[in-house]
Design a protein around this ligand. Structure first.
Ligand SMILES: Cc1cc2nc3c(=O)[nH]c(=O)nc-3n(C[C@H](O)[C@H](O)[C@H](O)COP(=O)(O)OP(=O)(O)OC[C@H]3O[C@@H](n4cnc5c(N)ncnc54)[C@H](O)[C@@H]3O)c2cc1C
Length: 396
């Protein structure tokens, strides 16, 4: 065995780094963290970059710079987890043992989940803010479109910040309106849900925005195929399949847990998404009590987003600390989720809701269904600073 850690964390993204930092603050001494990437991304900024409202350099840091002091960074990829042996196997075949394991490798983008999509991503008119290499391509496409058809699609099933599929559509429309070309652009927004998003109050404002921009909204509809050479998509909706020509296509791909995680013993039998089977409030594995999970890879029913996992980090860190001290975990995650809808390039609607899409506002005295300029300042300017300086340090 190459090594063993009292706490081993898989994934150094939003969840893994903030959790490891918080555990260090709780004086946990021996933490190892497995992460293959040398660049850490603050993904929420990708939406702003795609709309020309932020630069890529603001969303990136060297992974070494965000790694909490005192945490051993194991530079590699996990290929397997053997929970009966308390061992993790890396892609190079080495084995790392653990006392407690936290699994947070995020989501896999299933580009092969839609026929023609993987090939289409290399074509000049197709883009996705979900690939860190593409938010700047999105902005180049938005900026250069003067007439034609723009199609924006949101996938069915679990997705990180599902509303991000819509954010870029609204900001692009705002830009085109500003440029006085919106009337020459047909904008089609494809969502899998029966209504535009599904949260009471929020839907009314999104519907109003859709009408204001003249967007054609296709509810209950999914992307069924892309033909990049012919620049057409097929959409599967309630009335059958529709073929649509496009000049710009922004796709959010289907998503699931990473394939290697799906084939371990950690997902529940029958969970096709392959997420780690945890108690959704304690965040502890239901069958392996020394295994924990949070963030996008956990089988929790909340909306998968950084706002949700900020709450999860506090719960999991305290529960793990309790278990390391020989007591029972007491903290419970309350299913909170959030989606900051950038309705223009200057305003945001903060949709806060629980796992059943019921409103869950942080400030109940404020009308939650309102777009606000200060919310944009918070989302665009202040949150990135909170992320780099407080969240990743285990302080927020
Ligand atoms: C375009 C976009 C906009 C978004 N907007 C918002 C927003 O406005 N608000 C919000 O709250 N959330 C938003 N999100 C969602 C938010 O970024 C994610 O929910 C959050 O990053 C999830 O954190 P995580 O740690 O679970 O996964 P990630 O941050 O994705 O990190 C996972 C880490 O695990 C590593 N990893 C993967 N495989 C392995 C392996 N085999 N071994 C070891 N490590 C591995 C990866 O390299 C990565 O560093 C957005 C996401 C996107 C893409």
């Amino acid at each position: 065995m190459a090594a063993r850690h009292e706490v081993l964390v898989i994934g150094g993204g939003n969840a893994g780094i903030s959790l490891a930092a918080r555990l260090r603050r709780y004086k946990v001494g021996d933490i190892g963290l497995v992460e293959p990437r040398t660049t850490h991304y603050f993904q929420p900024l990708f939406s702003h970059i795609g709309a020309g409202a932020a630069r890529m350099s603001e969303a990136m840091r060297d992974q070494a710079k965000v790694m909490p002091r005192g945490v051993e960074w194991i530079r590699g990829s996990v290929a397997d987890i053997l929970p009966d042996e308390n061992v993790v196997v890396l892609a190079d075949g080495s084995r790392v043992g653990y006392g407690q394991l936290v699994v947070c490798p995020g989501l896999q983008l299933d580009w092969d989940g839609v026929p023609g999509l993987a090939e289409a991503m290399a074509s000049p008119d197709v883009t996705s803010n979900y690939d860190p290499a593409m938010p700047e391509k999105t902005w180049a496409l938005v900026r250069s479109l003067r007439h034609g058809t723009a199609v924006f699609t949101q996938p069915p099933g679990p997705a990180k910040c599902a509303g991000a599929a819509q954010k870029i559509a609204y900001m692009a429309c705002d830009y085109w309106r500003e440029q006085d070309v919106l009337r020459d652009i047909r904008v089609v927004l494809v969502v899998p849900t029966p209504t535009v998003f599904g949260v009471e109050g929020v839907d009314a404002l999104l519907d109003a925005k859709v009408a204001e921009y003249g967007i054609e909204l296709r509810t209950g509809t999914t992307l069924a195929g892309v033909d990049a050479a012919r620049r057409t998509v097929s959409l599967a909706g309630p009335a059958g399949t529709e073929e649509l020509a496009f000049d710009l296509l922004h796709v959010v791909p289907p998503q699931s847990a990473p394939d290697w995680l799906k084939s371990t013993a950690l997902p529940a039998a029958g969970d096709a998404g392959g997420f780690v089977e945890v108690d959704p409030e304690l965040l502890r594995h239901r069958r392996y009590p020394n295994v924990w999970s949070l963030g996008d890879a956990a089988a929790t029913p909340n909306s998968k987003c950084g706002g949700a996992l900020r709450k999860q980090v506090k719960v999991l860190a305290k529960n793990l600390k309790a278990v390391l001290a020989g007591t029972e975990p007491q903290q419970r995650y309350n299913h909170y989720g959030v989606c900051p809808f950038t309705l223009t390039r200057h305003t945001v609607l903060f949709a806060e809701f629980d796992h059943q899409y019921r409103p869950m506002p942080t400030f109940p005295w404020l009308d939650p269904a309102k777009e606000r300029r200060w919310a944009w300042v918070l989302d665009r300017r202040i949150f990135p600073q909170i992320y780099w300086h407080l969240i990743l340090k285990g302080r927020a």
